[in-house]
Write a protein that binds this ligand. Structure first.
Ligand code: 21W
Length: 267
């Protein structure tokens, strides 16, 4: 699984340019018996298999020898949820050993001496830790200084992740009847910045309100949300003053999707 991964994209380039180094150990190669068995039936019964401790311990010790200052992280659905903050903290480390489990789980006795941290990539069931490891490696690699060419390294500062990104457009100016917002064609950089900030704040509110509820907002963000509140209030008040419940005959305008939120009718 990893052969393509080590040669592809950001990670491939980071390895080629020696920003990082990486290698894979196959736990099966650490099983010393004739059939190279790495799993066995669980004590106490039940379905599924458990990873035997000896080959796993041998693999982790071999990895520690190759990377003595690295913490050992077990990828498991029971681990701490991985996020951008975790990625940043891993990027500051010297390196890490990622252990990918298979089967129903690994023998509990591995944890005592050999595992430092447990990480999950989210609440869904995979069949093993390998894809999770690739996700962790990619998220961390792009935070290593020099890996991304300058322009995106603003990612490193602690403010990123507070808001969703603004809407993006490229040529053509007319795509199947949908126009690029005029402000982006205006060349007025102050107005463009303002518009981007606005799409950023409003789509965060619509798509991921949890990102705003769990932190202090900046003064700019509060001002913008207040402005939207009063806009909404004016519309609602105009309706209750002379409103009707039937919008019949009124033409429905094309929805402005720049601000995001689920499409009508989507789950
Ligand atoms: C999945 C091992 C489930 C054991 C249904 C409910 C590494 C992973 C993995 C795996 C079980 C990560 C059961 C998010 C993941 C991983 C393999 C438990 C019992 N069945 N992050 N409970 N999700 N998964 N089986 O699955 O190794 S990080």
């Amino acid at each position: 699984m990893f052969h393509e991964f080590w040669n592809y994209g950001i990670v491939g380039r980071a390895i080629a340019q020696k920003h990082i180094s990486a290698s894979t150990l196959n736990i099966r190669d650490c099983a010393l018996d004739k059939h190279r068995v790495t799993d066995d039936r669980p004590y106490g019964g039940g379905c599924g298999m458990v990873m035997k401790p000896e080959p796993l311990a041998r693999a982790i010790r071999e990895a520690k020898q190759q990377a003595p200052s690295s913490a050992t992280i077990l990828l498991t659905p029971q681990g701490r949820p991985f996020n951008q903050e975790t990625a940043r903290s891993f990027a500051r480390e010297d390196g890490f050993i990622l252990v990918c489990g298979r089967y129903e789980g690994i023998d509990e006795r591995i944890f005592y001496d050999l595992v430092d941290h447990e990480v999950s990539i989210g609440d869904y069931i995979l069949t093993g830790g390998e894809l999770a490891a690739m996700i962790v490696i990619e998220a961390v690699t792009r935070l290593i200084p020099g890996v991304l060419g300058g322009e995106d390294s603003a990612e490193l500062d602690s403010f990123s992740g507070d808001l969703l990104e603004h809407a993006h457009f490229t040529r053509p100016p007319d795509f199947e009847g949908q126009q690029v917002p005029k402000v982006l064609l205006s060349g007025n950089h102050r107005e463009i910045e303002k518009w981007r900030f606005e799409t950023s704040v409003v789509r965060t509110f619509l798509k991921r309100p949890d990102l705003m509820e769990n932190r202090a907002l900046t003064r700019q963000e509060v001002e913008l949300l207040k402005e939207w509140c009063s806009r909404i209030e004016r519309i609602v008040q105009a309706q209750s003053a002379c409103g009707t419940d039937s919008p019949s005959g009124r033409q429905q305008k094309r929805r402005d999707h720049c601000f995001g939120g689920d499409k009508p009718g989507s789950a």
